[in-house]
Design a protein around this ligand. Structure first.
Ligand code: GCO
Length: 460
């Protein structure tokens, strides 16, 4: 099913002394359950199944019922991952696939992931498992979802059972992927599932997500003490449109809301000072002991980076996002701004006492053209080139970064954007389900496969 059609292409390259070439630096590819698996009838309904039924919620009116059909094609997909020569594969567990509504494991769902874990290990690919990439079982949403504190305890229970079932097969666990997106996009502005919209909801949902993370960390340190356990956060550096103090303040405020609100409690056990300024009705319900639970020690922090944002002052909310014209954009309309990744990593390093960092997602949607059985995605390739150099630069300036994952292994269901936006380094034909490696995928393969320690090993 995989077409062999390598386009002529540019390569990815870094200087010979680049820290990215160290044998200890991990390269991987990433996916998420709802975005690729399909086979919806073999699991419980989740909040994205329901959200996809809301007219207008998904740009192309699509859903995750089939997606990339990875549930049935997982064996060839692991062959594909192995053929790229990567060290690691980051994927997520679908909570509604492995749990039943009665709180017991769904053995068939567990088997699916055990097969994947065992195959990856057999192929010497490290499994990086995300435990929550946004697909909450719908029955829990019916009980309030992330606005209900009990959901955090339900998550703990689910993590307890799956981590026991997976035993020592998992190299690394992330509790949550991007709690900002779950909380803000899902409960505050409603452009993601479950589609609730209230300024009062975002930070309440966020608190329960962070609590769920902390509770899960307790379970993981008991059930899986040898895996590397942490969380994955998304960040966009917030820049001000002008040097005017009002705009600078606006950008700082946005940064507190969208970036610091998540990392600070995890590392320092407290929310940013902003918590004293927001209206009482917007504040989370923090019980005694919550902040200690949230600030559990982590083995690593995952950083997802795509772009920066630009803000100006606004009388109502204090800040307003500015869409600048004439900037280089991806197909998502996101500015291509690699220096933002270096800046972000240095900022995090200078502000917090962090465990090692992994870049758990970075990549770009581009308007791919399938011509002569080839996808010559030079723009995506150049995005990877410049962002790898941004990571190189941050490491040279002292940031402890241990790995990099391309988002994404293959084109998939891009949430509210449906299937129109393509992030893969592998192209997916959604009719035939055929996978075709893009020029960027070949370049990534050649880059990771030709690292000096691998070449030397072959020679010996
Ligand atoms: C994310 C998501 C991915 C998206 C990607 C592009 O963690 O934001 O993990 O699911 O597809 O970010 O928007």
């Amino acid at each position: 099913m995989l077409t062999e059609s390598q386009p002529s292409q540019t390569q990815l390259h870094v200087p010979a002394d680049s820290p990215l070439l160290s044998p200890n630096f991990t390269f991987g590819v990433a996916t998420a359950s709802f975005q690729i698996e399909g086979a919806a009838s073999e699991r419980l309904e989740n909040i994205w199944d329901r959200f996809c039924q809301v007219p207008g919620a998904i740009k192309d009116d699509s859903n995750g019922l089939v997606a990339c059909d990875h549930y049935h094609l997982w064996e060839q997909d692991i062959e594909l991952i192995a053929s790229l020569g990567v060290d690691a594969y980051r994927f997520s567990i679908s909570w509604p696939r492995v749990m039943q509504q009665n709180g017991q494991l769904n053995e068939q769902g567990i088997r699916f992931y055990l097969n994947i874990l065992e195959r990856l290990i057999a192929k010497n690919i490290k499994p990086y498992v995300t435990l929550y990439h946004w697909d909450l079982p719908q029955y829990l949403e019916d009980q309030g979802g992330w606005l209900n504190r009990d959901t955090a305890y339900q998550f703990k229970h689910y993590v307890d059972l799956v981590s026991q079932a997976f035993g020592d097969r998992v190299y690394s666990y992330s509790t949550l992927n991007e709690p900002f997106c779950s909380a803000y996009l899902g409960y505050e502005i409603g452009i993601h599932a479950p589609g609730l919209k209230s300024p009062q909801y975002g930070k309440k949902a966020a608190h329960h997500l962070l609590l769920a993370h902390g509770l899960a960390m307790q379970v993981l340190s008991k059930n899986s003490p040898n895996s590397m356990n942490g969380i994955v956060l998304n960040f966009s550096p917030c820049h001000s449109l002008t040097n005017n103090p009002q705009d600078i303040k606006a950008a700082q405020l946005a940064d507190q809301h969208f970036n610091q609100w998540y990392i600070k409690p995890l590392i320092e056990g407290q929310y940013p000072a902003l918590i004293d300024q927001i209206p009482f009705e917007h504040k989370p319900d923090i019980l005694d002991g919550d902040m200690q639970i949230i600030a559990a020690a982590m083995d690593y922090v995952g950083v997802n980076y795509y772009t920066r944002e630009i803000y100006q002052t606004d009388m109502q909310n204090g800040f307003e996002k500015v869409q600048q014209k004439n900037l280089p954009l991806t197909d998502m309309g996101w500015e291509i701004y690699p220096q933002g990744l270096t800046e972000l990593l240095l900022d995090l390093h200078n502000t917090y006492k962090l465990p090692p960092i992994y870049i758990t997602e970075n990549g770009a949607a581009m308007p791919d053209k399938f011509i002569d059985n080839k996808i010559d995605d030079q723009e995506r390739l150049s995005y990877y080139q410049t962002h790898l150099m941004a990571v190189d630069s941050a490491i040279r300036q002292g940031v402890n970064i241990k790995g990099y994952f391309a988002w994404s292994l293959m084109d998939n269901f891009e949430w509210a954007e449906g299937y129109v936006k393509r992030f893969g380094i592998v192209y997916v034909d959604y009719q035939s389900m055929q996978r075709t490696i893009k020029a960027s995928g070949y370049a990534y393969r050649d880059f990771v496969s030709n690292r000096p320690h691998l070449i030397n090993r072959e020679v010996v």
